[in-house]
Design a protein around this ligand. Structure first.
Ligand code: IVH
Length: 663
């Protein structure tokens, strides 16, 4: 008989085994055991953890909701101190001017030292540790309140579960990034599964952290780099000391550079530029910080950013390549977009082989022909664009708008006053494919199982003729598709069923009506139900704030057309409910909508006072302008109070402000 395992070893083995089953179930759609066997493993693990409480761990599968799945949305987390942003500078002169402002803010003769770090292009995250144990992770959110992503963050590399030496309570902030090589691997896997992939490592990192399955996060190999803190309950003298202490506690910090002057910062900026192409992750600039904390405190903050730190950005990376062809892609509205196919080039960490040219006017403006060498730029690491033709090709072929739709062969038309060419065939399969993808997208009906390859097959086999047709799909239809196993088919049908209860705003957006984005859909759903949308006139639509004549005409033409009305009817008959979203109770406070600015010292933290205003239906701001409703001045109020008086803005004491609040 084999030797009996120690409880510790058995717990570890069970956790590994359960993790493997979770992965097979959630990621690979290929479970190897049934539900009851799975439940038995979890029950055994639970029993062992009960009997040996010292073996309990917050990252055990027994602690995770639904066997590793998080709830459908993330709980809000109010940050201990707001997570601010940084001001940007782009040139040596800009950074010199910033250096001057720093000097002005310090006592005469001060010679601040600077710490210079790479500015990582990821997403910021705040990690809380209590008694050296990781207890919470929150995204930045709007800076005041983020989302609780604790369970997923446990699966981010370089997030220590326990620290080596630490204050009792601390909140470390840093950047979660995905290295280029891991990004390429994720995208290859996404594409193999028929999904479109992510546009850049930052989006991929955000998508991997803000989804519901901690195992997905684990597979993506995200990494955390610490760069600042919200709370550190120990006296620290400088940022360099913070970085050292952080590294000693077990965090990973980035290599940084010390500079004694702004000229030294500029020298480093120039030298570091040459290293950008070889870095493993996306860096879009440097962050320059005053090292000394006493000096930092003296310099303080503006409403949005610290005065003691600034971003020193690098210009977008540019490369040249040759245009081999211009292809035409048909969007969901039928608009035809020219896309330049170029010799593959490496830029900003990824290989570029296609560059959008937006429309035919853009081609004219650039004077671009096939065979030309072009300068390509990837701004903000998103979609690459052609900046200019850098050298005309010896053999050039002019680009002309297609006469026929490249997908269905339908007639191509140009709408008067619009720059785009459209395929006029309403049943063009390319348009239908895009329409279905849009309908299923996350911000619309959120049917994640409907990837690109599934859509291609459904349209290609004539199984779906419009978005309502999705709801008529049967399991047999799906099992006939390539790469669709039993579980995947069930999953897709389940997701389609769940999407029927999406609220009206999502449905309006999902319909893909020309010029109607998410925001407009939300505003419409607050004012109309589905029946009144079908009856509304152009004027009726135009009375909605932010809806102009073009959008109103587009809405009216959709909801009054036989096609549009027929589609709504079919969606309804399949059980798509289109319920109005919950309305936020309108504030009845007489000062609702007015802007309040707080200045000076109040008896409560400023954030708390601002919360009172927001809860009552008012707005807050950090700066005074003619549009400010009230300035609330505490002790020792300075320039804002002065400005309020100059502008004639009503100034209140804290007590008067409290009187004003709804009772
Ligand atoms: S220090 C007040 N250091 O850049 C913010 N931020 O534009 C102090 N970032 O949201 C942050 N690399 O997430 C700091 N080395 C670095 C950084 C860095 C990237 C991000 C940060 C912040 C954004 C501000």
């Amino acid at each position: 008989m084999p030797a009996k395992k120690s409880p510790e070893a058995e717990v570890a083995a069970l956790r590994r085994e359960i993790a493997a089953h979770d992965r097979r179930y959630h990621q690979e759609d290929a479970p190897t055991i049934g539900d009851s066997e799975y439940d038995a493993l979890v029950a055994r693990l639970k029993a062992l953890e009960e009997a040996h409480p010292e073996l309990k761990s917050p990252d055990s599968p027994t602690e995770k909701v639904g066997g590793g799945l998080l709830g459908s949305s993330f709980a809000p987390v109010k940050h201990a101190r707001p997570m601010l942003s940084l001001d940007n500078t782009y040139s040596a002169d800009d950074i010199r001017a910033w250096g001057e402002r720093v000097l002005k803010g310090l006592p005469p003769g001060a010679r601040p030292r600077f710490i210079v770090e790479p500015k990582l292009d990821g997403l910021s995250c705040a990690l809380t540790y209590e008694h050296g144990r990781f207890t919470r992770a929150a995204t930045r959110g709007d800076g005041e309140t983020g989302e609780d992503v604790t369970e997923n963050a446990r699966n981010v590399e370089q997030v220590p579960e326990r620290l080596k030496n630490y204050p009792v309570f601390l909140e470390v902030r840093g950047e979660i990034v995905l290295h280029f090589k891991d990004f390429e691997a994720v995208n290859a896997a996404e594409k193999a599964a028929g999904r479109p992939g992510f546009v850049n490592p930052r989006n991929c990192a955000a998508g991997s952290l803000r989804q519901k399955d901690p195992w997905v996060t684990a597979e993506r190999h995200l990494k955390f780099y610490a760069h600042s803190y919200g709370v550190w309950e120990e006296p620290l003298e400088s940022h360099s000391e913070f970085l050292e202490t952080c590294a000693a506690a077990g965090f990973t910090v980035e290599p940084h550079f010390r500079a004694d002057s702004i000229e030294a910062v500029i020298g480093h900026y120039e030298r570091f530029k040459a290293e950008l192409p070889g870095l493993p992750y996306a860096v879009d600039g440097l962050v320059v910080k005053v090292d000394d904390f006493a000096q930092q405190r003296r310099l303080g903050f503006t409403a949005k950013s610290p005065r003691w730190a600034v971003a020193f950005k690098y210009p977008a990376q540019q490369v040249t390549s040759t245009v081999k062809a211009v292809e035409f892609s048909v969007g969901r509205t039928g608009a035809i977009t020219p896309v330049a196919k170029v010799e593959p080039v490496f830029c900003g960490g990824v290989t570029i082989s296609s560059v959008t040219l937006h429309n035919f006017e853009e081609i004219e403006r650039l004077g671009l022909a096939v065979g030309d060498r072009v300068l390509i730029e990837r701004a903000g690491e998103v979609i690459p664009k052609v900046v200019k033709v850098s050298e005309k090709g010896r053999k050039r072929t002019a680009v002309r708008p297609p006469r026929k739709c490249p997908d269905c062969g339908g007639v191509v038309e140009k709408e008067a006053e619009l720059v785009a060419y459209y395929c006029a065939n309403p049943s063009c399969p390319a348009q239908l494919r895009r329409t279905l993808q849009h309908f299923a997208s996350r911000a619309a009906m959120d049917v994640a199982g409907l990837g690109e390859s599934a859509v291609d097959q459904l349209v290609g086999r004539g199984l779906v003729k419009d978005v309502a047709g999705l709801y008529a799909l049967k399991k047999e239809d799906l099992l006939g598709l390539e790469l669709f196993a039993d579980l995947k088919a069930d999953n897709l049908l389940k997701q389609l069923e769940a999407s029927k209860s999406k609220t009206l705003d999502r449905v309006i957006y999902a319909l893909g009506i020309r010029h109607v984005g998410e925001k407009t859909a939300e505003v419409l759903a607050e004012r109309f139900d589905i029946d009144s949308l079908l009856e509304a006139s152009v004027d009726g639509f135009q009375r909605v704030p932010d809806v102009g004549p073009i959008v109103a005409a587009s809405l009216h033409s959709f909801f009054s057309s036989a096609d549009g009305r027929g589609l709504i009817e079919r969606l309804r008959s399949h059980g798509v409910r289109m319920t109005p979203p919950e309305r936020r109770a309108a504030s009845t406070w007489e000062h609702a909508g007015k802007t309040f600015v707080f200045t000076g010292e109040l008896s409560v933290p400023r954030e708390e006072a601002e919360e009172l205003v927001k809860a009552a239906g008012g707005k807050t701001s950090g700066s005074v302008s003619a549009k400010t409703g009230f300035v609330v001045a505490g002790e020792a109020a300075g320039s804002k109070l002065k400005k309020a008086k100059e502008l004639g803005v009503t100034v209140l004491t804290e007590a008067q402000f409290r009187e004003l609040l709804p009772k």
